[in-house]
Design a protein around this ligand. Structure first.
Ligand code: PXL
Length: 289
């Protein structure tokens, strides 16, 4: 069985970060080891959350793993809370990466044109630097814009604009870029009629290949969907699916999870009901699509 280490906070209530990564990656038949970076009572959209920083534990934990000869098939980082944690991740990549170990960085820090509470432009640049050490970096359009220090554009851009963003992110050092949350107003000759849809694109800096996957847009934002995307994507890659199939599955699973959530009038506001959609995920894994 493949084994990954995922490094992000644990928000006790809120369906994001580790409370998403653990169940999703485990359900995909991949061993999910964790390195919690902080414990929060809830994610940061709730008011009055508690926050216990675990930065001081990261190095001793890694030293123990090294002493035990523990290694991983992939390293997947999500929400990281400080510059110091970014530095420690760089070191962790050096110590546990290399060879066949796939490094996936989800620069989880912003959405809908805005940084999450507590993050700054300087942090986005530092995250950009860390992402340069990844094999695959998976920002959304907002995060990519902050990482590059360019204004976020909600609309009014074309295929060339998106390609340039992916090339510029790859120029920071990552081999592959998967960019989420792309929306075109009109059909694009290279991709087809994608008006009204939302999509994911990828760029492989080794081959120069661009790929696109567009799907239905559900006009409602839910928290934690980026973490679900990253977790399904990581699980699928480790299950041997191609890059393109992995992010298509991740995007479709998020759509199914949102639909499931909306089908229950009493659904909670803070996260989606991905737990009910695992049979869909298993069917797709079985069919390798
Ligand atoms: O879903 C991303 C995320 C992860 N962890 C914490 C968060 C957020 C988004 O706001 O607050 C603590």
């Amino acid at each position: 069985m493949k084994r990954i280490i995922t490094i992000q906070d644990i928000s006790c209530v809120g369906k994001c970060s580790l409370t998403v990564a653990l169940p999703v990656i485990s359900a995909m038949g991949v061993e999910a080891c964790v390195l919690p970076t902080a414990v929060l009572s809830t994610h940061t959209v709730f008011k009055g959350f508690t926050f216990r920083d675990l930065t001081a534990d990261i190095t001793p934990i890694c030293n123990h793993w090294k002493a035990e000869g523990i290694g991983f098939d992939a390293i997947y980082t999500g929400y990281l809370g400080s510059f110091e944690q970014l530095d420690l991740m760089g070191k962790l990549f050096d110590d546990f990466g290399g060879g066949e170990t796939m490094i996936i960085v989800d620069p989880c820090m912003a959405d809908n044109g805005k940084l999450y509470p507590g993050f700054t432009q300087e942090f986005a640049f530092a995250m950009a630097k860390l992402s340069g050490k990844a094999d695959i970096v998976i920002p959304n359009m907002t995060e990519a814009s902050f990482m590059l220090g360019i204004p976020y554009r909600k609309s009014g851009y074309d295929v060339d604009y998106v390609k340039k963003i992916m090339k510029d992110i790859a120029a920071l050092g990552a081999k592959k870029v998967v960019l989420k949350g792309i929306e075109f107003e009109a059909g694009e000759p290279e991709i087809g009629n994608v008006a009204g849809k939302i999509g994911v694109a990828s760029y492989d800096s080794l081959t120069g290949k661009f790929s696109w996957y567009f799907h239905e847009k559900i006009p409602q934002n839910f928290h934690g969907t980026g973490d679900i995307f990253a977790s399904v994507f990581t699980g699928a890659m480790l299950r041997g699916m191609t890059l393109e199939k992995s992010y298509a599955l991740a995007a479709d699973f998020v759509v199914e999870s949102i639909k499931e959530t909306l089908s229950h009038e009493d659904h909670n506001w803070y996260g989606v009901d991905f737990e009910a959609v695992f049979p869909y995920l298993w069917k797709r894994l079985e069919n390798n699509n």
